[in-house]
Each structure stands twice: as structure tokens, then as C-alpha cells.
Design a protein around this ligand. Structure first.
Ligand code: HEM
Length: 233
């Protein structure tokens, strides 16, 4: 029987791995819902700048006067921030555990397999997405980063930004990372939540993950490219 070494035991202190995986899966499902709603909201710009501004205004005033201005927005922001922190903490802990288990158990480095490729893609891709989200908030929410001048209306900010080719490129690359993260993330979450019960079910999960990733990537990229190519002004 394999006995674990001191570093491996130390790394395994803390919550059980299945609990951490459940945290990653549940917060991941929450992100998927957010991303779908956000993507749908962005597509409003296809109906014109006024429709988009009205939608942005509605997000801030939803539930008034029962809720204060931006009340729902703040509930969503706090929920998202808590989920991001939990998702990162749980996946980083699992990442560290996987690393220490390997170095203590194998004399030789294990051969690269699809498993390790996906694990690496999820970890580094996840960090790239985090960097994108920080940039994105500095760009559209706090407007610390201005790409094509300052604009009072949300629609104008979007339209002027995506008239700049490199802004479209940054967002396009980020959406490819998002698609890859979703592709494998949906699969991983389904495994953790015990949905993968048969071969047929595995096929269905694969299909759903491909469909979801495609919808999200294409849906998010329609507005920037439509703006870049002059379909929305
Ligand atoms: C092409 C892709 C995207 C576009 C064009 C876009 C556009 C926008 C815009 C215009 C806003 C500001 C809304 C407003 O001022 O009312 C915003 C906010 C935000 N977006 Fe995106 N977004 C994209 C992708 C994403 C992705 C992939 C994520 C997360 C994974 C994300 C997360 C957020 C967050 C957290 C906010 C801040 C909401 C707030 O606190 O006010 N966005 N986005």
C-alpha cells in the first residue's frame, strides 16, 4: 500500500477534495447562467443603441422603488465576486494537491496525456480569463481604461471601443479562452455532480458542452464584429 509523504499529507489538510470540486462545479454553473444572461443583454445592441441604453438603464433601476437604485446590480455583483473567490480558492487548492500528490508518488514524470493537457488548459486558461475579467471591468464598468475616448452612454462606449480592431482582437481571444474553459468545465462539473451515469449520458454531456461553448462564443462575438464591420453605428 502506498504511504503518503509529509508534504503530500500537509497539502491534503483542509476540506476534502470532493467538497472543493463541488464548490468549483456549483460556482461554475452560476457563472454559466450569468454569462448567458450577459450575452443575451449584449445582443440588444443589434436592435440599436437606444435599445441597449434602455436595457443598461433597466439593469440599474430594476425593482425600484422596492429596491434602491442599482440594488439588484449590487446583489449580482456581490454574488459574482463571492463565486469568483470561491471558484479560484477551490480550484487552486485542488491544483496544489494534484501537484504535490504527483511529485511524491511518481519517480518519473507521468507521460503527457489528454488529462494533463486539459488540466493545464483549465488552469492557465482560467488565469487568463481572470486577467480578462479585470481588464473588462476596468474598461466598461469603472472606465479606468478608455479605448476610444470617454462616453456617457453605455452603447456609445461599446460602439466606439469595437470600432478599434485591437479591442475586438482582445475580446475575441478572451472569448476563445472562455469557450475552451466552458467546453471542459461543463464536462468536469457534470462528472463532479454525478450526472455522467452511462455511455449515452456521457455523449449527451459532451454534446451540451459543445453546444453551450459555441452559443456563448458566437453570441458574445456577434456585437464586436458587427460593430467593426460597420453594421451597427
Ligand atoms: C464580447 C464580450 C463581452 C462584451 C462586449 C461585454 C460587454 C460589457 C459591457 C458593455 C458591460 C458594462 C454594462 C453596463 O455598463 O451597463 C459589461 C460588464 C461586465 N461584464 Fe461583460 N462583456 C463581454 C464578456 C464578458 C465575459 C465573458 C464576462 C465574464 C466571464 C463578463 C463579465 C462582466 C462583468 C462582471 C461586468 C460588470 C458588471 C457590473 O458590475 O456592472 N463580460 N460587459
Amino acid at each position: 500500500m502506498a504511504t503518503s509523504t509529509a508534504p503530500a499529507r500537509a497539502a491534503r489538510k483542509g476540506p476534502p477534495s470532493i467538497l472543493l470540486k463541488t464548490v468549483v462545479a456549483v460556482t461554475g454553473v452560476f457563472f454559466i447562467l450569468f454569462v448567458l444572461v450577459h450575452m443575451y443583454g449584449n445582443l440588444m445592441i443589434l436592435s440599436g443603441p437606444e435599445a441597449f441604453d434602455e436595457y443598461a438603464h433597466h439593469l440599474r433601476t430594476f425593482g425600484e422603488p422596492m429596491l434602491p437604485e442599482r440594488g439588484l446590480l449590487w446583489v449580482a455583483r456581490i454574488g459574482l465576486l463571492a463565486s469568483v473567490l470561491l471558484h479560484i480558492w477551490a480550484s487552486m487548492t485542488l491544483w496544489r494537491r494534484a501537484g504535490s500528490a504527483r511529485s511524491s508518488r511518481y519517480a518519473a514524470k507521468p507521460k503527457t496525456s489528454y488529462g494533463t493537457f486539459y488540466a493545464k488548459a483549465m488552469r492557465w486558461g482560467g488565469l487568463a480569463l481572470l486577467a480578462f475579467v479585470v481588464f473588462h471591468i476596468l474598461h466598461f464598468t469603472t472606465q479606468t481604461v478608455t479605448i476610444a475616448g470617454e462616453h456617457a452612454s453605455p452603447a456609445e462606449r461599446v460602439i466606439t471601443s469595437f470600432g478599434v480592431w485591437w479591442a475586438v482582437l482582445i475580446y475575441a481571444v478572451a472569448m476563445v479562452f472562455l469557450g475552451m474553459h466552458l467546453l471542459h468545465g461543463v464536462w468536469g462539473a457534470a462528472m463532479t455532480l454525478g450526472l455522467n451515469t452511462s455511455l449515452q449520458r456521457a455523449e449527451q454531456i459532451r454534446f451540451v458542452s459543445i453546444l453551450l461553448a459555441t452559443i456563448v462564443v458566437v453570441g458574445f462575438l456577434i456585437p464586436p464584429f458587427a460593430i467593426l464591420f460597420g453594421f451597427i453605428e
